[in-house]
Design a protein around this ligand. Structure first.
Ligand code: COI
Length: 353
């Protein structure tokens, strides 16, 4: 896997001893190394793993003005034997390039992506929390680097991957507000890309929802404001009677890798699945008539997040999240595969040697 073009400079001042692994706040603790590569004159160069450090950026950097910025979130865990492993890394390599295409950014070579995450996890393997359900969260991202404030496609880019040891993203079941007004994405927009701007636009409606006592927004479609799309930073699933339902990837929804894993596991375990449009009215009605058995979000950071309440137009429905069977099964299945406690029949895990 080693390619001589990847330079590695070891951090001689590890901060590992300062970390309390029993209490890790999400996204605030950073490992010893990071990967950096620069794009200039039509090619990626200077691919390096270096000590984690600040970098200096010109005040006119174009990414800060017009938002050519995309990212991924992926996880490394440890096997029962203590070997570091990655979960479906090649899917993240592909997805970041889909985002890059939509934002008019250069593709990042898949093999360099794979080599970078592999070597980064290898060098920082002691930063992977051992506890099942915790992980080393890898944050690959790409930003434009031109020192210019005309609105145009940049010529220079930087690709970075850094790592944070993390525990579970949500420790409790969440309360959602189905927003009848604000939207996350419209058809033809950037909703399918993991673009920084999508998250910026979500902050104001999410703040209003939090002020009203909810944790996250359940996003509805931009045209009719009735079809459920996704939730906060996750894809969404409903169990109505004995069928698991999730909206299709239709141009506005992020193509979640955990979503795909969940669909595969459910199908292989004989669950009834329906990937179809679902309206907020149908969910509220199912909540009232008792057929809504479970609601849960899926995402890399959260894995599976149970939902205990949905508010819509001033009305709330409660869901008995203490008794979710499907969500509990899925969380156990994914965390079990990620720790080698369960067999990986899909070849999703890549052991780092
Ligand atoms: C992830 O699940 O990896 C995400 O991208 C969520 C992140 C914004 C915290």
């Amino acid at each position: 896997m080693i390619d001589t073009s990847l330079r590695i400079i070891k951090n001689e001042n590890s901060k590992l001893h300062t970390v309390d692994f029993s209490n890790i706040p999400f996204g605030r603790v950073f490992s010893d190394h990071m990967f950096v590569a620069d794009y200039e004159n039509g090619e990626w160069k200077n691919a390096s793993i270096v000590p984690f450090e600040n970098f200096s950026i010109h005040p006119a950097n174009i990414a800060w003005h017009y938002g050519q910025a995309i990212f991924e979130g992926m996880k490394a865990t440890k096997s029962i034997n203590g070997e570091p492993m990655l979960f479906r890394p090649e899917r993240h390599a592909v997805r970041i390039n889909k985002s890059a295409e939509r934002l008019c950014m250069p593709a990042f070579p898949n093999d360099l992506f794979m080599q970078a995450v592999y070597e980064l996890v290898k060098i920082d393997q002691d930063w992977i929390p051992k506890e099942e359900g915790s992980a080393l969260y890898l944050r690959p991202y790409m930003i434009a680097m031109d020192e210019f404030i005309g609105v145009q496609v940049a010529q220079k880019y930087r690709f970075v991957i850094f790592c944070c040891p993390v525990g579970p993203y949500y420790s409790n079941a969440v309360k959602l507000k189905a927003d009848p007004f604000y939207i996350r994405a419209a058809m033809g927009g950037t909703g399918e890309a993991k673009a920084a701007g999508n998250y910026a636009g979500s902050l104001y409606p999410a703040k209003i929802a939090r002020d009203e006592g909810y944790d996250q927004i359940m996003w509805l479609d931009a045209k009719e404001h009735k079809y459920i799309q996704e939730v906060g930073t996750m894809n969404i699933f409903f169990v109505i009677n004995d069928t698991v339902i999730t909206p299709p990837i239709s141009g506005t929804i992020l193509e979640g890798i955990t979503r795909d894993s969940v669909l595969t596991i459910l199908k292989d375990n004989g669950y009834k699945l329906d990937v179809r449009e679902i309206t907020i009215d149908e969910v509220i009605e199912a909540g009232k008539n008792g057929s809504l058995k479970e609601v849960f979000g899926t995402g890399t950071a959260a894995v599976i997040a149970k939902v205990k309440q949905i508010g819509y137009k001033g009305e709330d429905i409660e869901i008995d999240s203490d008794n979710f069977k499907v969500a509990t099964f899925l969380k156990d299945a994914i965390n079990g595969i990620r720790s080698t406690r369960l067999e990986d029949p899909y070849g999703w895990t890549v052991i780092v040697k």
